[in-house]
Design a protein around this ligand. Structure first.
Ligand SMILES: [Zn+2]
Length: 251
């Protein structure tokens, strides 16, 4: 954990590892039952565990992200994509100066993904390798029981129950009742609607589709046990992945 090292320890650590894990999240609503810090807390804890298993350097978590669609809910903080891109780039460029040659972004929030992709492409043109991991997508691919069909649903609530049980208020958890905008359109997400069983992207705000803020599965079905197996499998997978040595041609 870079934040716990002195500069002399950091100097030593960068001689041992050129892989830096950067957890990224968002400070945003996750329904009435979950903390605003959900995305960065979970990403940070996965990163800490992967670092512990592999010896990779774990940089401090970036807690804010891009989430304009949630800005109707108190406490949410949105960072514009261009600002976030510049912020991620400056963090990575500083770490490259100290010895990072490879990054694994352990991301907890979907709004950050296009920005992290852009950072990765830019850094690749400078000879640096980046791997972007959306942990909830990885979890759903590893096991269909962990597919997050929304936001603050069963898999995500289970993860917070497992990692930070004191921060979830299960009594406040409510199933989402997504609004319909047309009898022909099925509401699936804030930007995903089904038309004749084909998903189409139409951007709404979260408040347009749900009152509670969470959507997808009924969060009352979440359990700490599900979260523990889910997070355990993600940590295991990423620990193995981060041990792979890639030797691409110099950019
Ligand atoms: Zn989330």
């Amino acid at each position: 954990m870079l934040q716990n090292m002195s500069w002399t320890k950091a100097e030593e650590a960068f001689k041992q590892s050129d892989l830096v894990i950067l957890p990224t999240g968002s400070c945003e609503e996750h329904g009435p039952h979950m903390p605003l810090g959900t995305d960065f807390l979970v990403a940070g804890e996965i990163a800490r565990r992967v670092g512990e298993k592999t010896g990779a350097i774990v940089a401090p978590t970036v807690p804010y992200g891009h989430c304009p669609w949630h800005m109707d809910f108190p406490g949410t903080v949105n960072i514009d994509q261009d600002v976030l891109y510049g912020y991620y780039m400056q963090i990575c460029e500083a770490l490259v100066k100290w010895g990072a040659a490879r990054f694994m972004f352990i991301n907890g929030h979907g709004g950050n993904t296009p920005v992290l992709d852009r950072v990765s492409m830019k850094l690749r043109s400078k000879g640096v390798l980046c791997c972007v991991v959306d942990w909830w997508t990885l979890a759903g691919t590893l096991n269909s029981a962990w597919v997050e069909r929304g936001h603050g649903g069963v898999p995500e609530t289970s993860a917070v129950l497992a990692l930070f049980p004191g921060l979830v208020d299960m009594e406040a958890a409510k199933p989402a009742q997504p609004k319909r905008f047309s009898p022909q359109l099925e509401t699936q997400s804030i930007n995903k609607f089904g038309f004749r069983n084909v998903p189409v992207k139409i951007w709404m705000r979260t408040r347009d589709i749900v009152e509670v803020g969470n959507f997808g599965d009924d969060p009352r079905l979440a359990t700490a046990a599900l979260g523990e197996s889910e997070i355990g499998a993600v940590v295991e997978f990423l620990s193995e992945l981060s041990r792979i040595r890639l030797q691409p041609d110099p950019a």
